[in-house]
Design a binder for this molecule. Structure first.
Ligand SMILES: C[S@@+](CC[C@H](N)C(=O)[O-])C[C@H]1O[C@@H](n2cnc3c(N)ncnc32)[C@H](O)[C@@H]1O
Length: 489
């Protein structure tokens, strides 16, 4: 990779307005949506109609269609077709060799506009992807990057960096980042992406799991590890980008168990994973892993699939459509699950923290409501609220309602009293919490003036019930409302 050529490419992409918005302007929101569903024709038709450099680049790098060398030189005037060949983006006839597309997101530090190079997908190749495929930015990548805690730190590790997307995000908050992968090719593309986006604080290292960082500790670790459960038999493809080569969900357990000795005190790790359900509940198994790891933990299970649905998802992901090969692979997957008595697979994310002494945070939950946007600050505030609760006496605390909290009441027609009262959160996990009369009255009085114990006693007086009973009733939910960000000390 020659830096001068990469800089010329970046200049050309900027000049062509090769951005996420630029592409939506080119082909419209409907074609964009079709593309996300794996249907490129609407975008292709719009791109063919436009003579712009942006349309040429989109046809070539996003839609995977060859472009005449002269046309490419016109679209990349500084780099030229020859330069693109030298960078390995196209061959001598203008056939694309890599996918290159704009990426945009808003995180806690502001708007990000990057370009990301990865291997060509199924759509451009016209066939199933090879086992050493280097993945671009997908749904799971965005889920993880949206969770990353954004406070400034000295060092961060991206384990299994792929095209380098998490490392780029980590570099926005960490002074230095180490990005590792077992794939030499992934590291080459990730290094290319860092250079293309002008980020020079990432060090790339080859090796499996924690081998490349033996003896080192980091303030942050992010990993979208190759957690996909795959039958360990000869005739099932093992895609490097998603399969860590271990049986069942052992890869996720191994990553979790390795975290403690690579985190600084107070250091946080964030990762995605799958876990199996069989005789034992999947989340109980995850709880046992984090217990053995000796880490504070917040685990959120976002989805649970039957093994049949899981097998289908990942056979399709490899580019195999229903037919004889699909059936053969499905037999392998379902044999593997049946052999180990697995019925379902959970998916979710974990934020783990190395505590200075014994772990104090153990939050394990199922939450499948839609979530979006940058959640990192919220995640940090949940850990901070746990710490606050552990250090303070809740009945003596003066709490205020967070500004994004509203109350919702539902009435039977004509009734004076509500049948349902809910507290709703506008940010974070956008949770809603049902409330009884006593809790609603206590929460309604949380304006920071009086301690919770005093408010509960006054509410008990109004309702003509025992003060200790009211406090005992509301305290666990008040604690939960503090942790989840409805109430603030
Ligand atoms: C699901 S991809 C994640 C890529 C990227 N970090 C993201 O978030 O999109 C998993 C990555 O882990 C890498 N990988 C597979 N086995 C590994 C291992 N044993 N040690 C380190 N990385 C591994 C794969 O090559 C792949 O790049």
């Amino acid at each position: 990779m020659e830096r001068a050529l990469v800089d010329r490419l970046a200049d050309d992409l900027s000049a062509a307005d090769f951005t996420v918005d630029g592409l939506t302007d080119l082909w419209g929101a409907d074609a964009d949506a079709a593309l996300h569903r794996g249907h490129r024709v609407p975008a292709l038709r719009a791109a063919r109609r436009s003579p712009s450099a942006r349309a040429t680049l989109a046809r070539l790098f996003v839609l995977g269609v060859p472009v005449e060398p002269a046309g490419l030189s016109a679209a990349l005037p500084r780099l030229g077709h020859e330069g693109a060949v030298q960078l390995g983006l196209v061959n001598g006839s203008g056939v694309p060799l890599l996918d290159l597309r704009p990426y945009a997101v808003v995180d806690a530090a502001g708007v990000v506009h990057w370009w990301i190079v990865s291997d060509l997908g199924e759509l451009a190749l016209g066939h199933a992807i090879p086992e050493d495929h280097v993945l671009g930015v997908g749904g799971a990548s965005s889920t993880l990057s949206g969770l990353l805690v954004p406070s400034p730190v000295d060092s961060a590790l991206d384990l299994g960096t792929g095209c380098g997307i998490q490392a780029l995000h980590l570099a926005r908050h960490a002074r230095r980042v180490v990005a590792t992968d077992i794939s030499r090719r992934a590291l080459e593309l990730a290094r290319f992406n860092a250079a293309l986006n002008g980020v020079d604080s990432i060090e790339f290292r080859l090796g499996s799991l924690f081998d490349p960082v033996e003896g080192e500790r980091f303030d942050r670790i992010a990993s979208n590890p190759p957690f996909v459960i795959t039958p360990r038999v000869q005739d099932v493809p093992a895609y490097e980008y998603r399969d860590g080569g271990m049986e069942g969900d052992a890869l996720v357990e191994t990553v979790i168990l390795g975290l403690r000795e690579h985190l600084t005190d107070g250091g946080m790790a964030q990762l995605l994973g799958n876990w199996e359900y069989g005789e034992r509940d999947g989340l109980d198994r995850v709880a046992a892993w984090v217990d053995s790891a000796g880490l504070d933990a917040w685990v959120v299970e976002r989805e649970r699939q039957s093994v049949e649905a899981y097998a289908e998802t990942w056979i399709r992901d490899g580019g195999t459509r229903p037919g004889p090969e699909f059936d053969r692979l499905s037999e392998r997957w379902l044999d593997d699950f049946a052999r180990r008595g697995v019925t379902d697979v959970g998916f979710g994310y974990l934020t783990l923290r190395r505590p200075p002494a014994e772990p104090t945070v153990r939050r394990i939950e199922r939450y499948d409501a839609p979530l979006g946007g940058a959640l990192g600050e919220h995640i940090a505030s949940v850990f901070a609220a746990h710490d606050w609760l552990n250090a303070n006496d809740l009945p003596a605390a003066r709490l205020t309602l967070a500004p994004d909290v509203t109350e919702e009441r539902h009435y039977w027609p004509g009734a004076d009293d509500p049948t349902v009262m809910l507290l709703r959160q506008g940010t974070g996990f956008a949770r809603s919490v049902p409330m009884g009369t006593a809790l609603a009255a206590v929460v309604g009085a949380c304006d920071g003036e009086l301690p919770i114990g005093v408010i509960a006693a006054a509410v008990a007086d109004l309702l003509d019930v025992d003060a200790d009973a009211v406090l005992a009733e509301v305290l666990p939910t008040i604690a939960e409302l503090v942790v989840t960000g409805f109430l603030r000390p």
